[in-house]
Structure formats: structure tokens, C-alpha cells
Design a protein around this ligand. Structure first.
Ligand code: ATP
Ligand code: MG
Length: 448
């Protein structure tokens, strides 16, 4: 038996990705931008658990959907036998929470959420098993105005993110009676062409024929294109609602195309549905999808409450940001503390805290596996850190109660290095980093 066999490496679960530090600034840029856009439209954050009762998703999403049929991470809680599921999307949990806490009964609410979603899908570029969404729900609003507002919110976000080439596709899927009549004709149409349906479509023919329109099978595209169009079945109220959305979009110069085949993957939608699509990501081109879901809350035992929402896939948007050459502040520190000797180390801790009190970012040199590091080694680290200044402490500095403050990025030779009494180090750095105009202080969070 080999006692010193190397332990086997454990790797990530397929389809569930790490977001590494090098990528984090771009994610932060995205998140900060979307937060401020949501805030500028009056949306408030809501956080719901990642795990919910399996029954919640079955009811909200519908039994005959990709998600519920084959994509959910469902499990039995070993402690008490509860049937639980990792959330595959965000709306169900938000709606549950809104009903449970009576959030929308004293007037309509605009809320947003963000976080990981889980779907056991076939993996492709842009399609993962854990992925992140930002979504928004406007609950208690009945008119076309809020539908248009949510679409315009997305448009503003793409602009703020510097993303071009995301186009809007729009449709109305009407209300239940209209869908019912369309459904009967749709089934009849597909039955008349049964030989052209693939197995999945055949299985859905009677359970959820609308979903067949969603097919990605190239062989079925022509058949689906010629199928009866739900838009032709809409009656006065649905038409008026759809026209209302379009009027606001037109008035605000928001371009869109009406796509009669757009039906959305989830069961609870009615009337307005929309998708934001790009051609830059291959087959996974939908970056945001949304629509109205007026019947959902009542079907959950809540008071009848109309609502509309959208969800966007963050990974796909990050890919677009990358291909647009979007750069994010890498988040370098302001100051790197270099020290040699026990007394200098103690003083370095004290000074570093004081500098942080003033709102600057400080990296204090700490010992690596190879030891505390020579002066030369620490200066190399300071340089690599991207810090604007190194603060250097050794035996001499301790004896004189002064620190050497060295400009690491300074072009002006006079300012390269100064001996600064301990008591004045903070003011000196603040003055140099925040006060001067010849520095790049994008990353300084100094506030007074
Ligand atoms: P698709 O048709 O691509 O499967 P969907 O209709 O299942 O999309 P939604 O449930 O509407 O997707 O989710 C909203 C958005 O979340 C999508 O437009 C997409 O940007 C993103 N998204 C959905 N599933 C995934 C996934 N598995 N990996 C990465 N992003 C995803
Ligand atoms: Mg899907």
C-alpha cells in the first residue's frame, strides 16, 4: 500500500463555473450598472432563498416545460423528507414571498433580484447548469405603461453598458380564452402535418402545443412559420393592451420587431412577451426575456394581482461586454506597506489601519510560505500590486518615527520619495492621491 499517494484532485461540477478574480471587476461593473439603472426606475431589492419547495416551481412554471420535465435539481431533504429544488428561475420565489408577506396588497410594487439559478441542461457555450440572473418584477400593475417602462429600463441598461446590437422582439400571447381557440386550431394544424413533427413535438402536441412553436429543430422551422398565429386570435382588450405598449415604445423611439412565434418557455405568461436578442453569441442569443403573468398570483392562492417581469442572463451579457472591449477598473490598491523587522511590522499594522480610516485601500505585506520576504522582494510585490504609493518601514524609520513614502507611478521625479513623520503619513497620502490632479484616482474611495 502506498502511503504517500497524492490525493485525487476534486474539480468543479460540470456546468457550474468559478468566477475568478480577473473576471470579477467586469461582473462588478455590470452589477453596479444594473443596480443603478434599477434604482433609477424605483425598483427595490428582494432576496429569496435559493432552495424552495419543489411544488412551488411545478405550479409556477408548469409541468409540461423543459425546466420542470428535465432541468430541475430536485432532492429530498435527508433530515425530514421534504421535496426541495434549487431554484431554476427567480419569479416563482419572488411571487411566493410577495404573497406570503402581503407585499403588494397596499399598492403595486417594483422589485428586483439577483443570484444563481440552476438547471440541468445540455451544456453549450452560454448555457450552464449554474448561471446568474438579474430579474425585475412589477407586481400589481395592470396597464401597458409598466410593460413599456420595463422594456425601456432594459434599453437604458444596454446603453449604459455600452452594448450595441441587442434587438427587441415583441409579441402578445393574449389571454387564456384567446390562447384556447388558437390552441385548438394549432393542434388541428399540427395533426394535419403529423409526419413532419419530431418526437418532442409529438409528445407536446396535446399537452402544450404552443411550446412546439419554440422548437429549435431546423427541419421544423417552415412548418412552424406557417402555423396559425396567436396574434390573429387576439380580441379587443388584448389588442388594446398590445397597441398601448407599442405606442409608448414608438413614442420613445425604441425599435422592435413583432415576432409572432415568440411564446416564451414558461407557462404563466399572458399578453406582452418580449426577448432581447443578439447575433453575437451564436445559438444562445437571448440575453433577456420577460413578459406579463397576470394569472400567476391568483393561481397561487393570492388575491388576483396582475404582474410583469423580466430576467436577464448575466454570463451572456458579460460575454457581450467582453466582445465590446469593455474594460473594468481592476481594483488596484492605493498603498502597499513594506516593512522589515519586528518593530516595523507592528508599526505597519497601526499605520495601515489609519490610512484605511481615511478611505484609502491598503495592502499590507504579509509573510508567504517562503517567509516574510526581503526588502527587494517586497518592493517587487508593491510594484506588481499596482499601488500608487509604497509606504516603507525599517529599523531606521522606527528610530526616527518617520516612514519612507515612495511614489510608484509618479513621473515627476521630485515627488518620487519623501520621509514623512508617522503622524503626517495619512495627510500626506490623502493629499497626494486625492488632492493632486496629476494622478489617476478612479479607484480612490476617499470621502470626507
Ligand atoms: P433558452 O431558450 O435559451 O433556453 P429560456 O427561455 O430557458 O432560454 P429564461 O428562463 O427566459 O430562458 O431565462 C432568462 C435568461 O436567462 C435567458 O434569456 C438567458 O439569457 C439566461 N439563461 C437561461 N438559461 C440559461 C443557462 N442555462 N445558462 C446561462 N444563461 C441562461
Ligand atoms: Mg431554457
Amino acid at each position: 500500500m502506498s502511503e504517500n499517494k497524492k490525493p485525487e484532485k476534486i474539480t468543479h461540477v460540470k456546468g457550474m463555473n468559478d468566477i475568478l478574480p480577473a473576471e470579477a471587476p467586469l461582473w462588478e461593473l455590470f452589477e453596479n450598472t444594473v443596480h443603478s439603472v434599477l434604482k433609477s426606475y424605483g425598483f427595490q431589492k428582494i432576496v429569496t432563498p435559493i432552495v424552495e419547495d419543489t411544488a412551488l416551481f411545478k405550479r409556477a412554471i408548469g409541468a409540461v416545460t423543459d425546466i420542470v420535465e428535465k432541468e430541475m435539481y430536485s432532492f429530498t431533504d435527508a433530515m425530514n423528507g421534504d421535496a426541495l429544488t434549487l431554484r431554476p428561475e427567480g419569479t416563482a420565489g419572488v411571487v411566493r414571498s410577495v404573497i406570503e408577506h402581503n407585499l403588494a396588497y397596499d399598492g403595486p410594487k417594483r422589485v428586483w433580484y439577483k443570484g444563481p439559478m440552476f438547471r440541468h441542461e445540455k451544456m453549450q457555450a452560454g448555457r450552464y447548469r449554474q448561471f446568474f440572473q438579474v430579474g425585475a418584477e412589477a407586481i400589481g400593475f395592470a396597464g401597458p405603461d409598466i410593460d413599456a417602462e420595463m422594456i425601456m429600463l432594459c434599453r437604458r441598461l444596454w446603453d449604459d453598458l455600452g452594448l450595441e446590437n441587442i434587438r427587441l422582439e415583441l409579441n402578445s400571447i393574449g389571454d387564456a380564452p384567446e390562447r384556447h381557440r388558437h390552441r385548438a386550431d394549432l393542434i388541428a394544424y399540427f395533426e394535419a402535418h403529423i409526419d413532419q413533427l419530431d418526437l418532442e413535438a409529438k409528445n407536446r402536441l396535446h399537452a402544450n402545443p404552443l411550446r412546439i412553436l419554440d422548437t429549435k429543430n431546423p427541419a421544423m422551422q417552415e412548418l412552424v412559420n406557417n402555423a396559425p398565429k396567436l396574434l390573429d386570435y387576439l380580441e379587443a382588450e388584448s389588442i388594446a393592451h398590445f397597441d398601448g405598449v407599442r405606442r409608448i415604445l414608438d413614442h420613445n423611439n425604441i425599435p422592435y420587431t413583432v415576432n409572432p412565434r415568440l411564446v416564451r418557455g414558461l407557462d404563466y405568461y399572458n399578453r406582452t412577451v418580449f426577448e432581447w436578442v443578439t447575433d453575437q453569441l451564436g445559438a444562445q442569443g437571448t440575453v433577456c426575456a420577460g413578459g406579463r403573468y397576470d394569472p400567476l398570483i391568483e393561481s397561487f392562492g393570492g388575491k388576483s394581482t396582475p404582474a410583469v417581469g423580466f430576467a436577464m442572463g448575466i454570463e451572456r451579457l458579460i460575454m457581450l461586454m467582453k466582445s465590446a472591449g469593455e474594460m473594468a477598473d481592476p481594483g488596484v490598491c492605493d498603498v502597499y506597506m513594506v516593512h522589515q523587522g519586528a518593530a516595523a511590522q507592528m508599526q505597519a499594522f497601526v499605520l495601515a489601519e489609519r490610512i484605511r480610516d481615511a478611505g484609502l485601500d491598503v495592502v499590507l505585506h504579509c509573510a508567504a510560505a517562503s517567509g516574510p520576504g526581503s526588502f527587494k522582494n517586497q518592493m517587487k510585490k508593491a510594484d506588481g500590486s499596482g499601488a500608487a504609493f509604497a509606504v516603507i518601514l525599517g529599523d531606521d524609520e522606527i528610530a526616527n518615527a518617520t516612514a519612507v513614502v515612495k511614489a510608484m507611478r509618479e513621473v515627476d521625479k521630485d515627488k518620487q520619495q519623501a520621509s514623512v513623520p508617522f503622524d503626517e503619513v495619512v495627510d500626506y497620502l490623502v493629499d497626494q492621491i486625492v488632492g493632486g490632479h496629476d494622478h489617476d484616482h478612479d479607484h480612490v474611495h476617499y470621502h470626507h
